[in-house]
Design a protein around this ligand. Sequence first.
Ligand code: SF4
Ligand code: SF4
Ligand code: FES
Length: 235
Amino acid sequence: MNSRTEVKTIPVEIDGFQMKVDKGSTILESAHNCGIHIPTMCYLEGLSPYGGCRICSVEVSTDGGKTFRVSASCTYEIHRPIVVKTDTPKIRRIRKMLAELLVASAPNVKLAQDIAARFGINKVRFKMEDNRCILCGLCVRMCHEQMGGKALAFAGRGPEKRVSAPFAIRSEICLNCGGCDSICPGKIIPCQGIKIPGELCGKCIRPDDMPFCCPTGTFGCFCENNPLEIVSQPR
Ligand code: SF4
Ligand code: SF4
Ligand code: FES
């Protein structure tokens, strides 16, 4: 082979499976392509990876499996041979902690509930809040990458971080296309739990179509329907 010829595939080991993947593809894509599930929160196929939630963390070794570092699989592009472990005790601990923080911050967002349930969380040790935005950034990327609107962006840092229109004024370049709204996980009614084993409850509808279950508009956050055991209440 001509030494200048670009290497197109890279040998990779994921959870003991040997495979060749396209150079530049991500660990997440490569794992999914061969049927290995990695949970995600802020990733959506068709939008650029953002790397915000770290729920997709895996252990990665670039020295043939001698040492490993934790990385977000959705943003990790493969450019050389690596060994990946997607489901170690350390990774499970990290994901569970992140899921607990997520559901404590936004107990009424269905995606947060789903992720917490998947990790078997039924107790929350952190102060419960009622955020409706989980800072997944899907709306921002949808606006910029699919709608060409550029009307949304992240603003602030740390606890002040939020999604906002530039200068907090509805932008003139907003197309009113509804793309941001349609993709937002905070707009899906949270799950009240499956009542009959084996059946789906079918409650995953838009909040506009369903009345609030309490006057404060917290969809059962602290009511008896909440599947989470509340160990701390907001002040
Ligand atoms: S409605 Fe406006 S802010 Fe939302 S995706 Fe469309 S252009 Fe962007
Ligand atoms: S507004 Fe919705 S889509 Fe946008 S970052 Fe918040 S939760 Fe995600
Ligand atoms: S899904 Fe990878 S960081 Fe959120």
